[in-house]
Write a protein that binds this ligand. Sequence first.
Ligand code: ATP
Ligand code: MG
Length: 393
Amino acid sequence: MHSTLDKGKTIIRTLTRHGHQAYFVGGFVRDRLLGIATDDVDITTDATPLRVGELFEKVVLTGEKYGTVTVIVEGTPFEVTTFRTEAGYADMRRPDNVRFDATLEEDLARRDFTVNQLIMDADENILDHHDGLDDLNAKKLRTIGKPTDRFTEDALRMLRAFRFVAKLGFDIDADTFEAIRTIGENIEHVAIERIRDELVKLFEGNHKRKALLRMRESGFSAHLPHAEAGVARLAKTPLDYDPDAAFATFVLETPEALDAYKFSNRQQKLYRTAFNLHHQTREDGFKPEHLFQFGKDICLFVNTVNRIQGMKDAEADIIAMDASLPIRAVCDLAFKGEDILKETPYKRRSDIGFIIDHLVLEVINRRLPNDRDALRKEAERFAHTLPKENPHE
Ligand code: ATP
Ligand code: MG
């Protein structure tokens, strides 16, 4: 099996052998120079998507509209994108027209930051058209060209600047930062999905706290939808956390965020659970019933969310409670629904539901053993306390 680098080189060599220009570009080159391993490889070429499709066996037309095809070599995917220029960003979201007859110089000039336009050929020569190496050494994020122009073309680039701070720990160059301070509000015109996806990457970064602090200093976070309070909270915590805990914090601080960010069903469910469980555990902490109902992983997740809110760490409690749960599901009860139906006079679904919920609570809190006779007696006793049958039901 060849390395990702070697497989990428075969793509570049195939393209150049057929008279095309082709280079590694973007994050792969930048991260390689910084000694950060990455398998996410972008290649830039003057060959059109159609031409790339002809030259390689395994090709997936991923983003043809934007000139991107995925070439698969020995199971590894490579994003191969045709040189392009983008003109007219009337809506500050997407270029009005993308031209694929661009030169290499034009393709590099349309990129966001100087450290993101470095290219490398198949012999590992680095080419630098916009002083990216100087900025890489100085650990600086600087736009290619005038920052206000570049951020007016595409306001998402401002958020990307913070995303790269989070990933690389770099500083934002003074002029670039000043531009964000001045026109940060333009982010309000950007599609929420693009914002959300950059935030995910920001929260995956090792330097996210630095990024969040800079975001606050620049005033930029105030323009992100329903994010200001969440960002302020996260900027205070020295803890590590993942994107889910970050978004759950957004939702906790500003419930409107739950709908605004067009989260997946999985995310919505998780953040809603975190919201509820946070409020249930705020005063008295986690209880066996939380472990029983939500499971250990969700409780540990909410523990992280709680700690971001300044609550004390309950991890050891959660793990101990989970390990000593006498039952993990209703069907583990020694006396359950079908037994109630057979052996007691209670036949109503709602009564049986109340009795079972009660028995579960007694068992997981160890007030009763999970024992048939003990549970039957308690079921009878508890059933007497239930309201009598409603004649209208
Ligand atoms: P990562 O390693 O985190 O993926 P990356 O630099 O590869 O970082 P991508 O979002 O994958 O970032 O984009 C690939 C390249 O495309 C960038 O390095 C940059 O050159 C260019 N690019 C992406 N988005 C934009 C944008 N909104 N404006 C200008 N150039 C962009
Ligand atoms: Mg990338």
